[in-house]
Design a protein around this ligand. Structure first.
Ligand code: SAM
Length: 236
């Protein structure tokens, strides 16, 4: 549910998510909230009670839009309504993975100064933020959420390992990666990667991941070490 469906479509109809829709692995529908503004000027916003800056998205068009969507969702479908909001819980890979379990996810994108609280209380199950900063609309956050969930839906990527091995999913940041050419600006690919020794390559990658995570995300590193304490070397 958005006031700018074209912005969302432009983002989600290309690349991996676009292909997943063409292959009918996922279906992404956009609904223009303005189409459900049945007042004379088709307005979707109004000034806030109590005063203050800006405009708020009003209840009725959103509620009508929501009802129209619900009428297309099978009654036994497991459905979740999410409002993209800087006041929500910050999105994590773990939460995105949990959301894969829903058959239908209805995402509400706010604009202007936000949305009348009563519509949030009435229809929203959960508020999600994409980070501690404020954007002008919920469209980019919605695309972030859809992309993050979609790549973990079976069949979207060639193999679950594609996302399981990545930064964050594995509890660590990903190791550095290299492709051809072998030498660029005098810098060569690390020898171990062309050694053909898979055990050594895996060990090298794990060590680089640990190093990078310790340096850039000490919080994540601590959590990882707590759950995966280094094995003590056997005493002779
Ligand atoms: N007045 C609101 C507040 O202070 O919480 C901010 C409104 S913001 C300008 C307009 C819309 O952008 C919000 O309703 C929300 O849908 C979206 N938005 C902005 N920042 C966001 C974030 N970090 N995560 C998710 N959605 C966000």
């Amino acid at each position: 549910m958005t006031l700018f469906p074209d912005a969302v479509r432009g983002m989600l109809d290309s690349s991996i998510i676009g292909r997943a829709q063409k292959n009918e692995i996922l279906e992404i529908n956009t609904h223009n909230i303005r189409d459900y503004a049945f007042n004379k000027h088709k307005s979707v916003d109004d000034t806030p009670y109590g005063g203050g800056m800006g405009m708020l998205m009003a209840t009725d068009p959103i509620y009508e839009c929501y009802k129209a969507i619900l009428s297309t969702v099978p009654s036994d479908a497991k459905t979740r309504v999410i409002y993209m909001s800087p006041k929500g819980r910050v999105l994590t890979q773990t939460r995105a993975k949990e959301l894969c379990e829903y058959d239908d996810i209805i995402i509400l994108c706010g604009h202007y100064e936000g949305i009348d609280q009563r519509i949030i209380d009435e229809i929203v199950d959960e508020e999600i933020s994409i980070g501690d900063y404020v954007l002008s609309g919920g469209e980019l956050p919605a695309c972030v959420l859809v992309d993050c969930i979609s790549r973990m839906v079976e069949g979207v990527l060639p193999d679950a390992q594609c996302y399981e091995d990545e930064s964050i999913s594995a509890g660590l940041l990903e190791y550095p990666q290299y492709t051809r050419p072998y030498e660029f600006m005098g810098k060569k690919v690390p020898d171990v990667l062309i050694s053909g020794n898979h055990a050594k390559i895996a060990e090298w990658r794990h060590e680089r991941s640990l190093e990078l995570t310790r340096e850039r995300r000490p919080d994540m590193y601590e959590e990882y070490i707590k759950n995966n304490p280094p094995k003590e070397k056997k005493k002779r």
